[in-house]
Design a protein around this ligand. Structure first.
Ligand SMILES: [Fe+2]
Length: 292
């Protein structure tokens, strides 16, 4: 066995002031399906084999409560815990997870105090056939941090992530063949920037975006194609104020990938962060909401 490492992104957990309204939005507009609605929390799945990809919990205000990461087995969970603890990270002991999907995991807190859980052994429902307009899985989470490079170093040193690219304001780290699972952007407050959900392809992204638009949720930035990761994007704001993204065609990479640095990613400002040069500038609402 090689070095223990995280192998995937499972789910994000949002605090929402109106649980019923948030559940309705994520089912009817965003395209997820409720798998468990127990003990005051709602667990929603995509069409992939992950038990759930989003958890909604009651809370007075918008706050990312946790990001859940995957490890291959219980032994790897224990090994990752021991390594993180040994390197001085803030961690809780591994334990059985008494929630829908079950499993075994430990919590660690990043340098800004945000919670992540590394888990294994969750129930794995059969993947559904991909649809033309629904998310398959959680694709990436972007965190704001005043200490970007120290944060990405922690993911690399403690959890076995790799640095895929570093731009002038963002570090992209990966734990699978997806170009990035986590990105950290330089913004003073340690808040959530956005969460991205993968849809099967460009056509699905357009259809899902059309559904959102017709339901009164306009595209706040996009449709466009990112530089690092080369993924297509369309960004929205949910009823609580979370920034959420449909994404597709994220670049698949392996150890031969050459890590890009800021000088590799300089682009003309009139492209507005879109490799196609098609997208209009992001909305002011989007800029405000991504600051958390
Ligand atoms: Fe994104």
């Amino acid at each position: 066995m090689g070095e223990p490492r995280v192998t995937g992104l499972r789910s994000a957990e949002f605090a929402v002031p109106d649980l019923a309204a948030a559940q309705r939005f994520y089912e009817d507009c965003w395209g997820l399906e409720t798998v468990a609605d127990t003990a005051g929390a709602v667990f929603l799945r995509g069409t992939g084999a992950e038990h759930h990809i989003l958890v909604l919990r009651p809370g007075a205000e918008r706050r990312l409560l946790r990001v859940n990461l995957a490890a291959d087995d219980k032994g790897t969970v224990d090994a990752l815990h021991d390594r993180a603890a040994g390197l001085g990270a803030s961690v809780d002991p591994p334990a059985e997870i008494d929630e829908p999907g079950g499993g075994y995991g430990f919590i660690f807190r990043d340098l800004d105090g945000r919670e992540y859980m590394v888990s294994a052994g969750l129930a794995e429902p059969e993947a559904q056939p991909p649809t033309i307009d629904r998310p398959v899985k959680l694709s990436h989470v972007v965190q704001n941090s005043p200490q970007r490079q120290a944060q990405s170093a922690q993911f690399i040193d403690l959890l076995g992530f790799k640095l895929s690219d570093r731009t002038g304001y963002m570090d992209f780290v990966r734990c699978s063949s997806d170009h990035h699972a986590i990105a950290i952007t330089t913004i003073d407050a340690p808040t959530l920037n956005h969460c991205a959900f993968e849809v099967p392809n460009h056509d699905a992204l357009m259809r899902a975006s059309g559904r959102m638009k017709r339901a009164g949720h306009p595209v706040e930035w996009g449709v466009g194609r990112h530089g690092p990761g080369n993924n297509i994007f369309a960004y929205f704001i949910d009823p609580t104020g979370y920034v959420i993204e449909y994404t597709a065609e994220v670049e698949q990479v392996d150890d031969s990938y050459r890590t890009g640095m800021p000088e590799d990613w300089e682009r003309p400002p009139e492209f507005h962060g879109d490799s196609w040069g098609f997208a209009a500038p992001a909305s002011e609402r989007f800029r405000e909401a991504t600051r958390g």
